[in-house]
Design a protein around this ligand. Sequence first.
Ligand SMILES: Cc1cc2nc3c(=O)[nH]c(=O)nc-3n(C[C@H](O)[C@H](O)[C@H](O)COP(=O)(O)OP(=O)(O)OC[C@H]3O[C@@H](n4cnc5c(N)ncnc54)[C@H](O)[C@@H]3O)c2cc1C
Length: 295
Amino acid sequence: MTHSETAPFQFFSLQVDRTRRLGPSLVRITFTGDDLEDFAAGGRDQSLSLFLPHPGQDAPVLPPLDDPDMYAILGAWRAMPDDVRAVMRSYTVREQRTGPNEIDIDFALHGETSAAGAAGVGPACRWAGRAEPGDRVVVLGPAVAENTGVRFRLPEDADSVLIWADETALPAASAILEWLPAETRAQVFLEVPYSGDRMELATEADATVTWLVREEGAPSPVDAVSGVQLPGEAPYVWIAGESGAVRALRRHFVRERGLDRRRVTFVGYWRRGLSEDALREVPDETAQDEAREAA
Ligand SMILES: Cc1cc2nc3c(=O)[nH]c(=O)nc-3n(C[C@H](O)[C@H](O)[C@H](O)COP(=O)(O)OP(=O)(O)OC[C@H]3O[C@@H](n4cnc5c(N)ncnc54)[C@H](O)[C@@H]3O)c2cc1C
């Protein structure tokens, strides 16, 4: 295959190099692997699909990865028994580095692995809470930087940005802030469970960051943003996190504040009470809202 024909997404076999707790809710896992030579993250909210082993397996179970057709591999993976085939979950490339080739993924811990220790832990979160150097994973990720796994698309005429993210989208929001052109006016709302989840964020943008800490009694997502004057004439809004919050915020911006729906990017990263497997089976209510408005 010549370079111009490179498929946008490929499978990469990686292993954990190290882990670092960033706060009560987030753990950073750094992955290495020879395959990373061909990895090409597009920055911002670049997502990937992570394939993880079940407890008791020493590597994620997938069909052979040498088939050039990724859909054939995915089809064969789907046909395997649920309790054997690798668990697939969506995550964000927090950072890609070269020399040595590494990627970071920041995992939000919930359920028993978080500081609160409540029920509801999922397999990815459980895996991340116990990850050790040498643990093996497979990633379906970008092989070209311009790819559909980057959803943050700043319109050329945008003169300001509003970002809302919860702890699962904090890695994406952090990478977006690092990417934003210098001086871009940005209003950033970051909702996290604990005071200790606040962190330093690097950006050249003219950003005002508001931390909404749930243990400190943060207002609801819509209440948090409703009093805020959007700077500039042509704002762009990016919202990601729990699906119910994302839907309420999108409605607020599009229906109540009259923003052009094409300038509001929204991604439900998880939904309370549903695993990611279950979430893939139900309609995306926010996308349905959008389709109704477009009709
Ligand atoms: C494009 C995209 C990018 C994402 N990037 C990241 C990322 O960089 N970091 C990250 O941490 N997450 C990210 N997510 C979210 C992550 O995929 C979900 O949180 C996922 O459900 C975690 O899988 P799990 O196996 O731990 O839980 P699941 O098995 O999927 O769910 C088990 C239970 O846990 C609940 N649950 C899931 N996540 C949370 C949570 N955070 N807090 C409380 N309850 C929860 C579910 O509602 C369910 O009841 C991203 C999602 C998408 C779609």
